[in-house]
Ligand binder design. Structure first.
Ligand code: ADP
Ligand code: MG
Length: 386
């Protein structure tokens, strides 16, 4: 029987931590290509209430499930120890150990999740879980990890314990987000800066339309897009497509088949659009980014081919109803649209998209606005500390 240390003294009663979902403003599928992304953390969060135990068991529950509790000993943590939703939680604990944290004498925990991040809508309910758990474990187990290291632990959990081959974007946004700012992240260097959005002062809103078409990251489409990107990079003798610029595209076209070329062209042009969007936000303000958002959507629809008819209808309808810019956000094959709209147009655009969906016989979409919010944090007040 392992000797168990008492919980971190000031957290003897546990605590409450939370982390947000994210919406990606621009930079889709660039993350695993070593490229640039511009997500923002949103005001939809996963809350993780944790109390220490006297044994070595991690007991995980979620209000989203059927009430089942999943239990695993810290000594049994492994990448393949569990499957299903608890892998997002227990995978983070495993990942922190895998990354070198000594878990040999930490206490077991009861971990209760509650979330208002829509699940499977492309707003990264998965990273919200991982990051809320990562900050909680970091505090409770006194691991001393930086926010970016915790983002990496979340990614490792998602890649190895869940089996979804995603990049670092979702977890970085969930860790580093700030109110009314986007997170400009270079996925190669993992350097991040926040960029002011100035939405409120310009009477602008971000409208999300969840198309209710379910995506499946871990399977088919995502893996084949990654394979095409790797093929294009290999043909050009680079490790990552982000090392190429728009000027390299004619040469790439000579070296690969048409489909591979179009997949890679999306990545290379999207990387440039992220740079252009950051520049426009800094120099001209948010009204200047509409055409970049729309160009990003066209590239995902025609070159990367990750849109679906419901998404294209949402984007086209939003634009026809006065949106400043609109695009698919997230991994694609369903999920959500993000549109930059004037505050006063939110209701009319939402209604127009709903009417268009009804007319096409699609499932009713779910529309709501989001605001750029702060990243993962401890939520409870000092009153619960001793
Ligand atoms: P997204 O991150 O876009 O929402 P993912 O497929 O990456 O979609 O993650 C969704 C999965 O995360 C769900 O199928 C479920 O396993 C897990 N999940 C998300 N939110 C919760 C929650 N509140 N409770 C339990 N599991 C959740
Ligand atoms: Mg996810």
């Amino acid at each position: 029987m392992t000797a168990i240390e008492p919980a971190t003294p000031h957290l003897a009663q546990g605590g409450v931590w939370s982390a947000p979902g994210r919406v990606n403003l621009i930079g889709e599928h660039t993350d695993y290509n070593g490229g640039l992304v511009l997500p923002l953390a949103i005001d939809r969060r996963t809350t993780c209430t944790v109390t220490p135990r006297e044994d070595r068991i991690l007991r995980v529950t979620s209000t989203a499930g059927d009430g089942e509790a999943i239990e695993l000993s810290i000594d049994e943590l492994a990448a393949d120890a569990v499957s299903g939703w608890s892998a997002y939680v227990l995978g983070v604990a495993w990942a922190l150990g895998e990354m070198g944290s000594d878990l040999s004498s930490v206490t077991g925990l009861n971990i209760e999740l509650d979330s208002d991040v829509p699940i499977g809508a492309g707003l990264s309910s998965s990273a919200a879980i991982e990051c809320s758990v990562a900050v909680a474990l970091n505090d409770l187990w006194s691991l001393g990890r930086s926010p970016m290291e915790l983002a990496r632990a979340g990614r490792l959990a998602e890649n190895s314990a869940v089996g979804a081959p995603t990049g670092i974007m979702d977890q970085a946004a969930s860790m580093l987000g700030e109110q009314d700012h986007a997170v400009f992240l270079d996925c190669m260097t993992e350097e991040a800066q926040t960029v002011p959005l100035h939405l409120e002062e310009n009477a602008l809103a971000l409208l999300i339309v969840d198309t209710r078409v379910e995506h499946a990251h871990a399977t088919g489409g995502y893996a084949s897009r990654r394979a095409s990107c790797e093929k294009g990079a290999a043909a050009m003798g680079v490790k990552f497509l982000s090392e190429l610029s728009v000027d390299d595209l004619p040469e790439l076209q000579k070296r690969v088949d048409d489909e591979t070329f179009r997949r890679c062209r999306h990545i290379v042009t999207e990387n440039q659009r992220v740079l252009d969007t950051v520049e426009a936000l800094r120099t001209k303000g948010p009204l200047a980014i509409g055409n970049l958002l729309c160009a990003g959507h066209a590239s995902m629809r025609d070159d990367f081919e990750i849109s679906v008819p419901e998404m294209d209808l949402a984007v086209d309808t939003a634009m026809a109803s006065g949106a400043i810019g609109a695009r698919l956000t997230g991994g694609g094959f369903g999920g959500s649209m993000v549109a930059l709209v004037r505050d006063g147009d939110v209701d009319a655009i939402s209604a127009a998209v709903a009417a268009a969906f009804a007319g096409a016989g699609y499932t009713e979409p779910h529309s709501f606005t989001v605001h750029a919010a702060s990243g993962a944090r401890r939520d409870d007040s000092e009153s619960t500390t001793t």
